[in-house]
Design a protein. Sequence first.
Length: 257
Amino acid sequence: MSLQSTSMGMNRTGIQMSPFDSKAMQTVDPAIASTDTGDESACADLRNDYIANADSLGSVPMPGTLQGAVTMGIKMLTGDSPQILLDKLGERLAFERTGTRLYDALITKCEVMLDGDISMTIEDLQQIRADEARHFRMIAEAIESLGGDPTSQTPSADLAGVESMGLVQVLNDPRTSIAQSLHAIITAELSDKAGWETLVALADEHEIDSMVDDFTDALNQEREHLALVQTWYEEAIGLTYGDVELDDNSSGATSAV
């Protein structure tokens, strides 16, 4: 399956494919090399100007209900920062939505390409997809419980959406193999795990025990997802641990079986 999809071919992207042209490209006129031509200071100056005058990615919206406004106002008066928690909840909401779509895309790809060479099954993927969708609904309810609007896009939600665009492109590209798709899923799961760890810490800081419990359950599920996907990816690229034996009496030494 995925091993066969990684093959040798007429890849012309490397400089070694055209030794004569590459030599000419690397031959620089000494008069040019001795000047500042090609330095990126002008671009840096332009970027600095944009950075200095740029607006932020956005803001956390004010609660749209009277009860929500009262709840947030009380928390802010007592020294809490509910806007930070709402921002990170918005981020998780956006990412769980994307995670659900990533697994939808992987399921579609596997329905065509999966041939039993690895232990992953369509049912496994459907279960993880269901977990991601359930996490999305849980986060939406958490936002509403704080008086927030789960349909609004917070700054961190905006950021998460931009960050995950490449992952969505990888999964929806018909040319990518299952192994390549799993590589992108690992990236998503690593980010997901870190995001839930942050939410658990924030909920604990705000002393919202129900959220701490719910988010900890979600974090443990994401850890399981990551372990499964890493295993499937290693199987897909033909990586096994049968050729080495770990020596418990040394720090990292290995010996051939």
